[in-house]
Design a protein around this ligand. Structure first.
Ligand SMILES: [Zn+2]
Length: 444
């Protein structure tokens, strides 16, 4: 047996060698890697981007997200305010004339942004996309803003508030982060109720299900192209499949008062989640999931691990529902990438491109693009952090990082003779634009 294996191995090796010695991949890049990188980077800079995930808006616009930053949180090095790259971003975008964000200098930038906000119109953010060569951008916001051009910015609305119809005092008391998050979910649910002219919660579960389904359909009519869940911030991403009778009994008991146990609340949420998956399938509305580590020192890595979603993603009943794993599951990015083997599962690399430096993000992309390249998408997670450090600067950081890391990853793969230059550019187009354009149907 051992001998046979040896013979097979030798034969395979000999055949492979004879077929094409030049095509053999090698762990050591050959050729001039720096030139290869520069050449690919120039071509990659010319590819218009389709951004799968962002929060565009001015700093004082509370609708840029359905939640807010917790009272205390550790910040990774790159996202600390003294990162000199943010100054570089302002210089590149606005010809910012200073080398730091000292208050008297930052005022120059803040005034410029305030003036743009007061001027109104959609030109400011359109120009920003043009400067960054971003063609289309998904805007994950509570509601859209009149200053975002609907032709370029497509709305991704939130689904999490439907998880919280009951008395939430126990959930809000869980930790300081939840004390911030839960009231905002209640506010979001109240806004949806107003949108649908629902004064009080329906008396039965069927009525609540209708409210949820109708809100999703109405949001789609208002331009929504996907529904987003940041559920990982509030609960486990593992959703069980409870029978309707259990959810019905819990709803009947608590819809007009009373505090559910943690267990009852979770079961109800698991059930209503399944209703939303079903409706997303019917509406052909992709479902977005926050799938990476989150902000706040109480974010649970274990509960937020992307593998918790596996039972839903691999459920044949949902094969007509497109799922998108935002932030690519980081730091479980390999697990997330392997989950995209499922035909209807995709991922984006938003957040990673702001948090990781190009040399680190290069390693991620090198792996992702050699796993299922037709499932990987660019995302920025651009967000207005404060008056000076806006969505504008974070868009710049994310696009700069992604293009540089992509060029470096592909240069290495070409240099190692793993792929051809033509293939490298094909992968670049898929990742930066074409996969998303195909998923959401058309580019404009
Ligand atoms: Zn986000």
């Amino acid at each position: 047996m051992k001998r046979l294996f040896h013979c097979l191995a030798v034969t395979t090796l000999a055949l492979g060698f004879a077929a094409s010695a030049a095509a053999q991949s090698t762990p050591y890049p050959s050729g001039n890697l720096a030139n290869l990188y520069q050449d690919l980077l120039a071509k990659i800079n010319a590819i218009p981007i389709y951004d799968n995930h962002s929060h565009p808006g001015f700093a004082d616009d509370a609708d840029v997200d359905a939640m807010a930053a917790p009272p205390e949180m550790s910040s990774v090095l790159r996202l600390q305010e003294d990162n000199p790259e943010f100054v570089a971003a302002s210089q590149a975008l606005f010809a910012y004339p200073y080398d730091d964000f000292k208050p008297e200098h930052a005022k120059w930038l803040t005034d410029k942004k305030k003036a743009a906000e007061q001027a109104g119109g959609t030109a400011y953010f359109d120009d920003l996309l043009d400067k960054l060569n971003v063609e289309t951008c998904l805007a994950n916001r509570a509601f859209m803003a009149p200053y975002l051009n609907a032709k370029r910015f497509h709305w991704v609305f939130f689904g999490d508030s439907f998880f919280f119809p009951f008395d939430n005092r126990d959930l809000a008391a869980g930790n300081p982060d939840m004390a911030v998050y839960i009231p905002l979910q209640e506010k979001m649910l109240a806004r949806y109720k107003k949108q649908l002219n629902v004064d009080t919660l329906p008396g039965g579960l069927a009525g609540y299900e209708n409210f949820v389904r109708n809100t999703m359909a109405d949001n789609q009519k208002r331009g929504g192209v996907a529904i987003k869940f940041e559920a990982a911030y509030f609960r486990t991403l593992y959703f069980s499949d409870p029978p309707r009778e259990r959810a019905d009994a819990i709803y009947a008991k608590f819809h007009s008062g009373g505090v559910p146990s943690v267990e009852d609340y979770r079961i109800f949420q698991d059930y209503i989640f399944r209703v939303m998956v079903d409706q997303a399938g019917k509406l052909k509305l992709p479902m977005h999931f926050h799938s990476a580590v989150g902000i706040g020192d109480y974010f649970s890595l274990r509960q937020g691990n992307v593998l918790n979603l596996e039972n839903v993603l691999r459920d044949p009943r949902y094969k007509n529902v497109n799922f998108v794993l935002l932030h690519g599951g980081w730091p479980y990015e390999r697990e997330a990438a392997l989950l995209t083997a499922v035909k209807n599962v995709y991922l984006d690399t938003s957040l990673q491109s702001e948090m990781l430096y190009p040399s680190q993000f290069k390693e991620v992309l090198k792996q992702l693009l050699t796993i299922y390249p037709d499932k990987m998408m660019f995302g920025s997670d651009a967000f207005p952090f404060n008056d000076a450090l806006g969505a504008e600067e974070s868009f710049w950081i994310a696009t700069h990082t992604s293009r540089a890391a992509l060029a470096a990853a592909l240069a290495e793969l070409v240099g190692e003779r793993a792929i051809s230059q033509a293939k490298a550019l094909e992968l670049a187009h898929l990742y930066l634009h074409d996969n998303a354009a195909k998923l959401y149907g058309g580019t404009k």
